[in-house]
Design a protein around this ligand. Structure first.
Ligand code: FRU
Length: 321
């Protein structure tokens, strides 16, 4: 896209910033006993990582312009991760690259219970710095979503986005900012305060001492200072609470619980949370839904995904199913 012309609103991109990792997946009849030698029902490799999964789901939902921004591995054996992005029209043109092998996860999908067990390995893969983030030419974007990590660099970049928004005359052109707070590190909470939409992970909420979704979103909401440059508003906060549904609070402090429908069979729960997150963003940005409606849509897409292996089936999702 040319540096000078501003992209038409519908052509502006959604970019997800975070990790692209290799998932090595084993589907097993039941969870193995320690120190045994077992065969799995099936095994396969898949591109993973929260932000990378978010991009996959956004494309399956038919968001036209989707970009991933994260450190890529130039190591030949992992070329398929980039190839998979290209195949799905996920833009990766602004990604820096390193010769190091990428982080990977060993994943066990237990057919008996539907659980997914992830053992993640990341021996010092370089993280994104502010100079990588600022490569993005902001006029090409409508939404920037961050995995909650590298708070120093990300906060600096969020400030750039806010300054950019301030100069725009039409509020419709504002870039919206969301952040996925999953890691159990208190320092990432500052990212939530600076965003417009926060996805708060259940485990982090429990780590912060909250035992139900209402306490989770309201205590974070109360903890956040309002953004004076944004008419003293606070971010909307969404906290998925397992199979029950999600608690959410809007920027005015109104709390709602949006229940989810029970799923008949869990085929693959890996990345269900990333699917929810991407579907909520899609519903807010592309379908112009309200917060509650978007969360409802997020549940429906994530529920549909749970019944299918991987993310490809999401392209056949129709609301009402
Ligand atoms: C799922 C996922 C996997 C990846 C792991 C990283 O949410 O993104 O694809 O292996 O989490 O923590």
């Amino acid at each position: 896209m040319s540096k000078s012309a501003k992209a038409a609103p519908e052509q502006r991109r959604i970019v997800c910033v975070g990790m692209c990792v290799l998932d090595v997946i084993h589907v097993v009849e039941q969870y193995p006993e320690e120190d045994t030698d077992k065969r799995c029902l099936s095994g396969y490799l898949q591109r993973g990582g929260n932000a990378s999964n978010n991009c996959t789901v956004l494309r399956q939902l038919s968001a036209p312009q989707v970009e991933f921004l994260g450190m890529l591995s130039g190591s030949a054996a992992f070329g398929f991760l980039q190839e998979d992005c290209r195949k799905r029209n996920i833009l990766i043109e602004n990604c820096p690259s390193t010769g190091m092998d990428p982080p990977f996860s060993s994943v066990i999908l237990n057919k008996a219970t539907g659980s997914r067990t992830i053992i993640h390995s990341n021996p010092g893969f370089p993280s994104l710095e502010y100079e990588h983030l600022k490569r993005l030419d902001l006029k090409n974007y409508s939404w920037v979503h961050f995995e909650g990590r590298n708070p120093e660099s990300v906060l600096k970049f969020i400030q750039d986005i806010r300054n950019y928004n301030k100069k725009l005359t039409n509020p419709k052109d504002h870039i919206r900012i969301s952040v996925d707070l999953e890691k159990m590190k208190e320092e990432i909470l500052a990212l939530g305060e600076a965003a417009d939409f926060v996805f708060l992970g259940k485990d982090l909420a429990i780590h912060l001492g909250c035992n139900d979704p209402a306490a989770a979103v309201m205590s974070l909401y109360d903890r956040f200072n309002s953004q004076s440059e944004l008419d003293d508003t606070k971010p909307a906060i969404i906290c998925p609470w397992g199979a029950e549904g999600a608690g959410c609070v809007d920027p005015n402090g109104k709390y709602t619980f949006v229940p989810s429908k029970p799923v008949s069979e869990i085929v693959d729960s890996l990345g269900a949370g990333d699917t929810f997150c991407a579907a909520v963003i899609y519903a807010l940005q592309k379908l112009q839904k309200s917060l509650q409606e978007a969360v409802h849509f997020g549940h429906a897409v994530a529920g549909y995904k749970l019944g299918h292996r991987g993310y490809d089936a999401i392209k056949d999702f129709h609301q009402g199913k």
